[in-house]
Design a binder for this molecule. Structure first.
Ligand SMILES: Nc1nc2c(ncn2[C@@H]2O[C@H](COP(=O)(O)OP(=O)(O)O)[C@@H](O)[C@H]2O)c(=O)[nH]1
Ligand SMILES: [Mg+2]
Length: 234
């Protein structure tokens, strides 16, 4: 069965050029799908250039910036069309998610669910973020866990390896969220469909190149979303 690594990009030309070779080095058998929202910095062109070297590097080019959630949903639907896909990985392009963790994470994916690269279990960490981002992330995770009751420590972490059949059971279109809220919503959808979670500790490093796409809208959405998840379940 195939493993697809889905990487959303918006203005990540330098980072994606560094990440792709690292990924193929750590997981040579993987297929990589970069999903780009028509980045002005020509991220897509950098991917097309690398496709000359890597047969299993794919590009999903979208019309414009619609947020992480929409990009992932579009990409997951494309990937799941392939009947031979066994595992789908989601990870950021900015090297915050270290490809070194992938072999271990992939070895733990089972029929039932999701392996989470977790900053908030023993052995996990975040380095390089300013104090406000650390507080926002740690506080946000406590908030999400408390309100939704999900049995996981890292609700907003975007480095996850998912069993394709567990992913097929989700109603992706019903998620309708864009930022961290999308990741929380996705994990919550796994939770409500009976998927199991395994958390593996990771150290999350701040990006070296380019800019974060965090915004007030993303934070606001993240504050409201856990309540909607909880209320919908009742
Ligand atoms: N395709 C696409 N990717 C996005 C969008 N917003 C963020 N990303 C990507 O999602 C990943 C995480 O975003 P980032 O800005 O690093 O978030 P942060 O790590 O929380 O500051 C990166 O690979 C971004 O390029 C978007 O609107 N569309
Ligand atoms: Mg980042």
């Amino acid at each position: 069965m195939k493993t697809y690594i889905v990487v959303p990009t918006y203005n990540e030309r330098k980072n994606i050029s560094e990440l792709v070779p690292l990924l193929f080095e750590k997981v040579p058998e993987a297929h990589i799908l970069v999903v780009d929202d028509n980045s002005p910095d020509k991220t897509a062109e950098a991917v097309i250039e690398m496709q000359k070297k890597y047969a299993n590097l794919f590009l999903l080019k979208r019309k414009g910036k619609e947020g992480l959630g929409k990009a992932y949903i579009h990409a997951f639907k494309e990937v799941l069309k392939d009947k031979d896909v066994g595992t789908v990985v989601m990870m950021d392009a900015d090297l915050s998610h270290n490809p070194e963790y992938l072999p271990l994470m992939l070895s733990k994916v089972n029929d039932g669910g999701v392996v989470i690269g977790s900053r908030y279990i023993k052995g996990g960490a975040t380095v390089g973020w300013e104090l406000w981002r650390r507080i926002l992330s740690a506080g946000g995770n406590w908030y999400c866990r408390t309100i939704t009751g999900m049995p996981i420590r890292d609700c907003t972490g975007g480095f996850n390896a998912m069993n394709a059949n567990a992913l097929r059971r989700l109603d992706l279109d019903a998620l309708g969220l864009s930022g961290y809220a999308f990741i929380m919503g996705l994990k919550h959808a796994f939770f409500t469909t009976g998927a199991t979670f395994i958390e593996v500790p990771i150290t999350f490093a701040n990006r070296k190149e380019g800019e974060s796409k965090i915004s007030k809208h993303i934070i606001r959405e993240g504050i409201i979303a856990p309540w909607n998840m909880r209320l919908k379940r009742k």
